[in-house]
Design a protein around this ligand. Structure first.
Ligand code: SAM
Length: 353
């Protein structure tokens, strides 16, 4: 059995207790059930510890330099046990994983769910999301985008919303809750699209105005451009790399994001907005429209991620930025054909269809 030095055990317990004292009241005050409690913030304890209601999700982070685990499975199990005991969570509700550095990126994952998976539902802003703690590296809800999701709800009233790289559809759920006229959720993975639909339906977002498209996002954008369809709000949160047999070429965010952003902008209505996000470390925005982009990163890093910089976020606003786009593409030629109201509501419950 790997020995964990008592100094390291104590440091972990103390750090958890400190963060618990700070974050528990904050989470309760804001009705947040899922949050990051410990964020690899002690050099020799490379752990991300997330609370999902009555469950814990504990990841050892691979080393940046070697791309391998500093400690290994036994250390992870001991540290997970320490976290569970410190927080009073039964051991069987604490899940342990190794989080690899994203060398190969997050290719669409269509693997079948193995048996014995641990799943639960988490509430956020009056909405609910299915969480899968065991079958994938990620759980179904990116906790660092909690504020961004609220922003999407605020921007969605009476608007046609496109959610690219939608994963389990959390942005679409917020868009529907914020009063979107329509949502279009695009992902390469059929499994994730089914998850997105399940989350939408669990929140009452049912009906023909909510569509799910299994396709490469770049290909989708190219095809949509020719149809004259326009969107009032586009959320584009791509992976670092993407490669699949169904794609024409490998997607590399650092190389391909200018093209991706241009394609998104060309689908926006006259008053449309693009929220473009990246969680790629060292990512630098490089596009002809960069001066037009408003950097919203600082406003969208939540309290539980204050010590890290898990994402960067920009808004491209057709109305205020002076972004010029070629005719004829504006909302007048939109397939949806509806005028755009400015957003008003905040985290309203979605209407029952
Ligand atoms: C970083 S996650 C997106 C997270 C999501 N925006 C959220 O906050 O919940 C990456 C997603 O992109 C999907 N994906 C990867 N390559 C893709 C591609 N070429 N076209 C469409 N979706 C892709 C994956 O299946 C995965 O669901």
């Amino acid at each position: 059995m790997t020995e964990v030095p008592s100094g390291q055990k104590n440091a972990f317990v103390q750090a958890i207790k400190r963060r618990q004292r700070h974050l528990w009241p904050w989470a309760r005050r804001h009705g947040i059930e899922a949050f990051r409690l410990y964020d690899a913030d002690q050099g020799d304890i490379p752990i991300e510890l997330d609370v999902y209601g009555n469950y814990l999700h504990v990841c050892e982070i691979e080393r940046e330099d070697t791309g391998s685990a500093l400690y290994g499975p036994q250390w992870r199990f001991i540290m997970t046990d320490i976290a569970a005991r410190t927080l009073g969570v039964p051991g069987e509700r604490a899940v342990t994983k190794l989080r690899p550095r994203r060398r190969g990126g997050e290719a669409a994952d269509d693997s079948l769910l193995p048996s014995g998976s641990i799943q639960t539902w988490i509430h956020e802003a009056g909405l609910q999301f299915r969480i899968n703690l065991t079958d994938y590296l990620d759980t179904g809800l990116f906790l660092h985008h909690r504020i961004t999701r609220g922003m999407v709800a605020d921007l969605s009233m009476n608007r046609n919303v496109l959610n690219l790289f939608c994963y389990s559809g959390s942005f679409s759920v917020y868009a529907a809750a914020g009063g979107a006229l329509s949502t279009t959720s695009v992902d390469l993975s059929g499994n994730y699209l089914r998850w997105a639909r399940e989350n939408m339906e669990a929140n009452g977002a049912i009906g023909g105005m909510h569509t799910y498209v299994q396709q490469d996002a770049m290909q989708f954008l190219r095809e949509q451009k020719n149809t004259g369809t326009r969107y009032d709000l586009i959320i584009c949160d791509p992976p670092t790399f993407s490669n699949s047999r169904s794609m024409e070429s490998v997607f590399d965010l650092k190389r391909d994001h200018p093209q991706l952003i241009t394609a998104c902008l060309s689908l926006l209505s006259t008053n449309g907005q693009l929220l473009f996000s990246s969680n790629t470390s060292g990512f630098r925005l490089r596009t002809r429209d960069t001066p037009r982009a408003v950097n919203l990163t600082n406003q969208t890093i939540p309290e539980d991620f204050a010590r890290s910089r898990p994402h960067q976020l920009w808004m491209f606003d057709m109305a205020s930025s002076g972004i010029k786009r070629k005719p004829p593409g504006d909302s007048a030629s939109s397939r949806h054909g509806k005028s755009v109201a400015r957003p008003r509501s905040r985290n309203r419950r979605p209407r029952r269809q």
